[in-house]
Design a protein. Structure first.
Length: 137
């Protein structure tokens, strides 16, 4: 298990194409929204499913802690370029990466971007997937 937050990785697809309710042919099946507001983050069929255990800072941190508290995330959507997002906000650079947050309500992080490869990683567990949206076929 990698405990390093947002460690740069080369995304690789697994034989497992991801959770069938959220992934179709290895890509995001539905529109992806912020969990806290109606902001659209990604359109359907925009990102590739990727599975690897990584640490991502918790959305809520205790103020008196010097270190970051993290959650372990295993399922991600990966984009080649930040311009593929409909809406996304970024933090200042932290250890060669930028964390991704909602552009409208600034909640997050929902993922991170690797500054060396420019790839963006969105945690499936940190966003809302809209099943009412028309999935791509």
């Amino acid at each position: 298990m990698s405990e390093e937050v947002g460690q740069a990785v080369a995304p690789h697809l697994h034989d497992d194409d991801g959770p069938k309710e959220l992934v179709l042919e290895g890509r995001n099946k539905f529109t992806i929204h912020c969990q806290f507001c109606p902001s659209v983050i990604l359109c359907p069929d925009t990102a590739v499913f990727f599975k690897e255990e990584k640490a991502l800072p918790k959305m809520s941190q205790k103020k008196d802690r010097a270190d970051l508290e993290c959650d372990t995330v295993v399922e991600w959507f990966v984009l080649e370029d930040i311009m593929q997002f409909e809406n996304i906000g970024v933090t200042n650079t932290v250890e060669e990466k930028k964390y991704l947050i909602c552009a409208d309500c600034e909640m997050g992080p929902v993922g991170w971007t690797d500054l060396s490869t420019k790839k963006c990683f969105i945690a499936l567990s940190r966003v809302r997937h809209s099943p009412s949206s028309t999935p791509t076929t």
